[in-house]
Design a protein around this ligand. Structure first.
Ligand code: GLP
Length: 245
């Protein structure tokens, strides 16, 4: 069941998203947070850091599990998702870094890393809330549109359009990794609650398909969220351009 909240702009989306995380933390101090990277959740993290600084939330007992990571970037590369999480959240709040999990994109055996990562998700009992962004093509995590989608954490080849989209963060398009390790669709759906965020018109088509069509298709992986019982979609007016109201 998907509940949709349409807000004015990115800032309002970010505030509302942080409030959803706070609701979970206020009920459960030792919550498992499923976290995402990309430009979309940065404002949510800024709001969470503010709430932490104001003494409104406490991360001391929180554990986290991230969706994905590029294959082949060092952990301290400024475009690695481990770096992103440390920079945007973990280094700014009182979380124990040992309780934070991001797939290792530099493991010697990536297939084994994928299996181990799925075991970590299971050992935590799944996320209490899983934050998701969405790619312009409907990808969630790095689950790209295709004939088949992976169920569990696996190594995935990035689509050319995703490499192009993400090249804005790299010096050149050739520097964008071609592979990533990502939770699969079943891994994501293990979460007790899912919070999908989208801002901007380049997300409008994928969001329109997700919210209007009420059907699943591997051509837009986000549509699988319709199988989950508790999804909140917070989108701004631009991302909601094609949503039937
Ligand atoms: C990346 C990430 C996704 C993210 C998507 C959208 O490919 N793997 O988790 O949702 O990009 O990114 P942005 O929020 O920057 O638009």
């Amino acid at each position: 069941m998907i509940n949709t909240i349409i807000v004015k702009d990115y800032d309002e989306m970010s505030e509302k998203a942080a409030e959803e995380i706070c609701k979970v933390l206020s009920c459960k101090k030792n919550a498992i947070l499923g976290l995402a990277t990309g430009s979309t959740p940065i404002g949510m993290y800024e709001n969470l850091v503010k709430k932490y600084e104001n003494g409104n939330i406490d991360f001391s007992e929180v554990k986290t599990v991230n969706l994905d990571e590029y294959v082949g970037l060092e952990k301290d590369h400024d475009q690695s998702y481990r770096y992103f999480m440390d920079f945007n959240l973990f280094d700014k709040v009182n979380i124990n870094k040992e309780n934070t999990h991001v797939p290792n994109g530099n493991a010697v055996d990536m297939e084994e890393e994928a299996i181990l990562y799925e075991k970590i998700i299971d050992s935590l009992g799944g996320a209490d809330i899983q934050v998701l962004g969405i790619g312009g093509n409907g990808h969630v995590g790095f689950n790209e549109p295709d004939d088949k989608l992976s169920l569990y954490t696996s190594v995935v080849k990035l689509k050319d359009e995703t490499i192009k989209d993400n090249s804005r963060f790299f010096d050149s398009i050739d520097d964008v990794p071609k592979y990533a390790i990502s939770m699969g669709m079943a891994s994501i759906l293990k979460a007790k609650k899912i919070l999908l965020l989208a801002s901007g018109e380049n997300k409008a088509k994928a969001i329109g398909e997700l919210l209007n069509e009420k059907a699943v298709t591997t051509k837009n992986p986000s549509t699988f969220l319709g199988l989950h019982h508790d999804v909140i979609v917070i989108i701004d007016e631009k991302a909601a351009k094609y949503v039937k109201r």
